[in-house]
Design a protein around this ligand. Structure first.
Ligand SMILES: Nc1ncnc2c1ncn2[C@@H]1O[C@H](COP(=O)(O)OP(=O)(O)OP(=O)(O)O)[C@@H](O)[C@H]1O
Ligand SMILES: [Mg+2]
Length: 502
């Protein structure tokens, strides 16, 4: 099947087309200074190919959300937890739905983190779902920067790694990268080098021109033509476009960008009293509160979540001064009530809800149980949740070995704790090793591949040793605890969840 996407008009007035199937295998790099028409070009490509191929757009400005109405793209707001983003990415691949990851309003570090996680989620999809997807990244220099910037190393590595995977190793997994950048010199070289198709727009700076010439195999003098390109005109080259560099004027688009270039507007007529107007306050202003921005002191997330959980209009209940006189609760009673509130929220459906959601729910249950204040911080809550989800019973938890398990789990990231404790419990209480499905669920995902990778991760950390018996059943050993699980079938269907709090 060949799909020729109409990009616009060639130099001689003919149609300029892009071979979509070839593009899937050979990727595309678009470069041009601000205002040269890159986002417009991407929009043209997306609109023309929407009916042919699934599309995912990483959209730092929230510009492409307008594709939703016309072409049915699902808009995914970027501000989410890691588990949520990975879950959505997996489902996007499974159900082959086009979507726009809108990162508008987030700071650069968060934009990079969310984009990195989401791209990794797409990349890690189960092999069954490796359908072709056009993955369009606008402002790619932000996600794959050539030099380290102001963001933390961890975030830079995450985002750059995800972009490198997309461009270098994505093809086999069906991911076809289409990336656009204002400044080629600011884009990581290995990411740019993996594209075999180029659309080069107006470029001013010599350093960018030199990089463009290198990539296209032109000499520097030929590359001078990029300097004079008008808005919307690009030089095309590559197996999906043309064998020799030709100029293309990108055609019109159906949907509009949310942001557009500023237009000149007539100024108001000259005013004699301009100085007076600016320097003298209008009497009406005195009635308005003086709007001076004072940054609020940062509040702990627990306070904010507790406030969100309170019904509208109700005053906060101060921890030390209960509004109505109530009999004091003893510490034991409080502990009992907290355990009961936890049991209220942990059911079979809770595994795929985010911790923040569950925490809000938990705080509401605490209020219903007349618990004053915030009985557990978010991280304390997560810890308790992990223990409950491990399925450990009272007897196991009372044992000395469980203390060592908890001490070991201190070194495990919060979102992996449930899985770790579940495996440790199986080892301590002589149960078979849980199957991939049960491990995945404990991690809050449906992906069994990810479950297997988690085991690999624990092994790399030296926490466990995974081996098999003669029948191929899996056993997880804990060298620090001196015990191991019984052999278990990795493909076992998931047993009904057991919770100690039930
Ligand atoms: N081929 C075109 N035909 C008509 N209008 C165009 C064309 N290309 C760009 N424009 C218009 O020019 C303006 C700037 O284009 P665009 O937003 O695509 O630039 P950009 O290269 O993405 O800039 P930035 O790097 O700042 O995001 C937009 O208002 C867009 O509608
Ligand atoms: Mg743009």
């Amino acid at each position: 099947m060949t799909a020729a996407i109409d990009m616009g008009t060639g130099a001689t007035g003919d149609r300029s087309t892009l071979d979509l199937e070839e593009l899937l295998a050979t990727r595309l790099l678009v470069q041009g200074n601000s205002g040269s028409g890159k986002s417009h070009l991407l929009r043209r490509l997306l609109e023309q190919s929407a009916g042919w191929v699934q599309q995912v757009i990483i959209d730092p400005e929230g510009d492409f959300v307008t594709l939703a109405d016309r072409y049915g793209h699902v808009v995914v707001e970027g501000e989410r937890t890691e588990a949520e983003l990975l879950g959505i990415a997996a489902r996007v691949r499974q159900h082959r739905v086009s979507c726009v990851l809108s990162l508008e309003g987030l700071d650069v570090e968060d934009q990079m983190r969310m984009a990195g996680l989401f791209l990794n989620g797409l990349f890690d999809a189960d092999r069954d779902y490796w359908y072709p997807v056009l993955v369009v990244v606008d402002e790619a220099q932000m996600f794959a920067p050539a030099a380290s910037g102001e963001v933390t190393d961890e975030v830079r590595k995450l985002s750059l790694g995800a972009m490198t995977n997309l461009m270098c190793r994505g093809r086999k997994r069906g991911l076809a990268g289409v990336i656009a950048t204002q400044r080629l010199a600011k884009l990581a070289k290995n990411v740019a080098a993996e594209a075999s198709n180029f659309l080069m727009g107006r470029t001013f700076l010599d350093i960018d021109m030199a990089r463009a010439a290198d990539l296209l195999g032109l000499d520097r003098r030929q590359a001078e033509m990029f300097r004079d390109l008008p808005r919307g005109a690009f030089v095309a080259l590559g197996p999906a476009l043309t064998k020799r560099p030709v100029k293309v004027q990108i055609g019109v688009v159906e949907t509009s960008a949310r942001s557009s270039s500023p237009k000149l507007m007539p100024l108001p007529a000259a005013m004699d009293d301009a100085a007076d107007l600016i320097l003298t306050p209008d009497p009406a202003e005195f009635a308005r509160p003086i709007a001076r921005y004072i940054a609020p002191a940062p509040r702990p997330a627990t306070d904010i979540l507790a406030e969100l959980a309170r019904p509208r209009g109700e005053e906060p209940v101060a921890a030390t001064e209960p509004r109505a006189r109530r009999p004091e609760m003893s510490q034991e009673e409080r502990d009992e009530q907290v355990t009961a509130a936890l049991a209220d929220i942990v059911d079979s459906a809770s595994a795929f809800r985010t911790d923040a959601e569950l925490y809000q729910d938990f705080l509401v249950r605490c209020r219903i149980r007349r618990l004053v204040g915030t009985p557990l911080s978010l991280s304390g809550f997560r810890q308790r949740l992990a223990v409950i989800r491990s399925g450990a019973d009272d007897e196991t938890m009372a044992g000395e070995a469980w203390g060592r398990v908890l001490a070991l789990s201190d070194g495990v990231a919060d979102d992996l704790k449930s899985v770790f404790l579940m495996l440790a419990n199986a080892a301590l209480s002589g149960q078979p090793c849980p199957g991939d499905a049960a491990i995945a669920r404990s991690y809050g995902t449906h992906s069994v591949r990810r479950a297997r990778r988690l085991l690999g991760y624990f092994e790399e950390q030296g926490l466990v040793v995974v081996h098999q018996d003669r029948l191929g059943q899996r056993i997880v050993a804990f060298p620090d605890l001196g015990c191991e699980t019984l052999p278990g079938n990795p493909d076992a269907a998931e047993a009904a969840p057991r919770h100690a709090a039930e």
